[in-house]
Design a protein around this ligand. Structure first.
Ligand SMILES: NC(=O)C1=CN([C@@H]2O[C@H](COP(=O)(O)OP(=O)(O)OC[C@H]3O[C@@H](n4cnc5c(N)ncnc54)[C@H](O)[C@@H]3O)[C@@H](O)[C@H]2O)C=CC1
Ligand SMILES: N[C@@H](CC=O)C(=O)O
Ligand code: NA
Length: 436
């Protein structure tokens, strides 16, 4: 231990909600072990909260409603941010970094919106910015991407990165539970964001996808670069349709190296998709997350664990806290931002995807030919087609081969104009089926 740290390292905790209160508790309960692992005690020196008198389980003398004053204190070494959102957090963290404090954050929204500014401030001031908890909760994923796989070339990152929506879809699939009821349960369990539309509409997963793509492809990717569809449009009919195909519905984040060798790009998207029940991601239930990483030399890797909740998220926060504390003691810092590749982001319309389309149709001659014509006219090849039922209850179920997403959307728009189609009962992208 260097001379300067024969004293505790003092930690400011910003936010004391679901995650913050677990961090505060573990910092106390595990104090001796953490001190042994770091090489100096980690002393919780202040907790910024929005309202006093709402946190009976923590040392009341540590509470303050003045987060700015707390991060500016000269005696603070390390800052843990678990408030969430963009402002005032960005300003607080920039001030912390500029005054030489390393930062640990769980805030994917901020990192995906303006991680570059934070990274630049960390680098300029020789301190750390760690955020393992921001993506896939407890699962060690960002450090493996940033460090263990730094010698490899990653081609694809795909997985389930939002616990709340996975919890909702799992409930809808297994027990036919309603959407609202499942969301209320996920919120009560501490999985959902303060505003759960961030989960349901895919913003949370899109922020995580941006962070994953940035790390995987050494390129700056923001949430705005990510194509995003949430699960609010996923219906019981979609789930029934998926079941009939031997599939289930998951909200997936997919980050791919795309383009050509001469002109490489990245494609980053978040949307619900049908996947076969035999696919490993199909068995990921509850608020669990799972992420596949494909790399040229390593091959396929799978990361699995709890993606949300107080304990799992606090575990990742504390892991980062130990890392930045050790760096502080040794006078070193971890890897900073790596964005040298600077790849272009491919628009969703050009991304190759596959669709499943279920159409309630009038069962009469020529209908199948007209439907097939709509696909053919847009250059989309059909992989399988089957008809269920007869007469007024007839449904055509089609699965396409890979095609540009724009061509598939155009096909679905064309189908919507046909009067012999009563309705498209299910339109979903398909992932995880054997390659064409
Ligand atoms: N809950 C989870 O499972 C996970 C959460 N995260 C992230 O961790 C962060 C915190 O999440 P939760 O603890 O679930 O949220 P939460 O809403 O339970 O806690 C946030 C706390 O910050 C407080 N706060 C708001 N503005 C403040 C301010 N200006 N100064 C001090 N305190 C302020 C709120 O009153 C609240 O108690 C978010 O960025 C979230 O995205 C990341 C991974 C998992
Ligand atoms: N709301 C998020 C929490 C973790 O990041 C989720 O449900 O995954
Ligand atoms: Na993680």
């Amino acid at each position: 231990m260097s001379e300067a740290f024969e004293r505790p390292l003092r930690v400011a905790l910003l936010g004391c909600g679901v995650v913050g209160s677990a961090v505060a508790r573990l910092l106390t309960e595990q104090a001796d072990d953490l001190a042994a692992r770091v090489g100096a005690p980690l002393q919780l020196a202040g907790i910024a909260v929005r309202r006093l008198n709402r946190h009976p389980d923590v040392d009341q003398s540590l509470l303050t409603t003045d987060a700015e004053a707390l991060v500016s204190r000269d005696d603070i070494d390390l800052v843990v941010e678990v408030i969430g959102g963009i402002e005032p957090v960005r300003t607080l963290l920039l001030n912390a970094l500029k005054s030489g404090k390393s930062v640990v954050s769980a805030n994917k929204a901020l990192l995906a919106e303006d991680g570059a500014t934070l990274h630049a401030a960390a680098t300029a001031n020789g301190v750390d910015l760690y955020y393992e908890a921001a993506v896939a909760g407890a699962i060690p994923l960002l450090r493996p991407l940033r460090e263990s796989l730094a010698g490899d070339r990653i081609t694809r990152v795909m997985g389930i990165v939002n616990g709340t929506t996975n919890f909702i879809l799992s409930r809808m699939d297994a027990s036919g539970a309603g959407f609202a009821e499942a969301l209320a349960e996920a919120t009560a369990l501490g999985y959902a964001e303060a505003d759960p539309t961030a989960d349901v509409d895919g913003f949370d997963a899109a922020a995580k996808a941006a962070i994953l793509a940035g790390l995987a492809f050494h390129t700056r990717v923001t949430a705005a670069d990510v194509f995003r569809e949430g699960i609010s449009e996923v219906t019981a009919a979609d789930i029934a349709s998926a079941n009939a195909m031997g599939c289930t519905v998951k909200l997936l984040a997919i980050c791919e190296r795309s383009g050509t060798e001469e002109s490489p790009s990245v494609a980053v998207r978040v949307h619900p998709a049908m996947i076969p029940r035999t696919h490993p991601l199909a068995g990921v239930g509850d608020a669990y997350n799972a992420v596949f990483v494909e790399a040229e030399s390593a091959g396929s890797l799978m990361f699995y664990g709890r993606g949300a909740g107080a304990g799992p998220t606090a575990s990742a926060v504390l892991g980062d806290l130990v890392a930045v504390a050790r760096n502080r003691i040794s006078g070193s810092r971890g890897a900073g931002e790596s964005a040298y590749a600077d790849l272009a982001v491919q628009p969703i319309g050009e991304v190759q995807t596959r669709y499943h389309v279920a159409l309630d149709v009038a069962d009469k001659p020529g209908v199948l030919a007209s439907v097939a014509g709509a696909f053919a006219d847009n250059g989309v090849s059909i992989r399988t087609v089957r008809q269920e039922g007869r007469g007024d209850a007839a449904t055509l179920v089609l699965v396409t081969h890979d095609a540009p997403d724009a061509a598939l959307s155009a096909t679905v728009r064309r189908l919507a104009g046909y009067d012999f189609i009563r309705r498209a009962s299910s339109v979903l992208r398909v992932e995880g089926m054997p390659a064409d």
